[in-house]
Write a protein that binds this ligand. Structure first.
Ligand code: ZN
Ligand code: ZN
Ligand code: ZN
Length: 151
């Protein structure tokens, strides 16, 4: 990540790239799709006096600046990732693993529909839920096992 450029970005919008904000961006550049709680745990390792509230506020500022995205994988946790290349997710309902897909279903039809409502689009999300290869395999194995016991 180019921190010199980031510092300028922050300044333009009237914010500072504080050590904690920088650390959040560093954490998210290493690990994708992690929750606010997980980010808080990582930060506590180097800043033991940090409060969850401060981390959460900083996440919101990074969101506002468009540097990170907020994700909902329907597991009751708000997750975050760096706002780099636009992508969507395949999410496993069993183990929660998320695969990134470089396909976007957003098209001009949606733009026109929004336009007809005089609605200006800021963002969109599109997540696909299902079962990953491992979980799918474990499921069929369990089912097979049951059948064997019954017969
Ligand atoms: Zn899975
Ligand atoms: Zn992602
Ligand atoms: Zn998209």
């Amino acid at each position: 990540m180019n921190f010199q450029k980031l510092i300028k970005e922050f300044k333009k919008k009237g914010y500072k790239l504080t050590p904690q904000r920088r650390l959040i961006l560093e954490i998210l550049s290493k690990e994708k799709h992690i929750s606010a709680e997980e980010i808080f745990e990582r930060i506590k390792q180097s800043q033991p006096n940090v409060s969850f509230g401060t981390v959460y506020r900083n996440l919101n500022i990074l969101l506002e600046l468009g540097l990170i995205n907020q994700l909902d994988f329907k597991d009751g946790r708000t997750r975050f990732e760096l706002n780099k290349s636009h992508h969507h997710h395949l999410i496993c309902l069993d183990c929660g693993v998320a695969f990134e897909i470089q396909v976007c279903p957003f098209n001009s039809e949606i733009f026109r529909a929004a336009d007809s409502q005089d609605f200006s689009i800021e963002n969109h999300s599109f997540e696909i839920y299902g079962y990953c290869r491992n979980c799918k395999y474990n499921k069929t194995k369990k089912l097979d096992g049951k059948e064997e016991q019954q017969s």
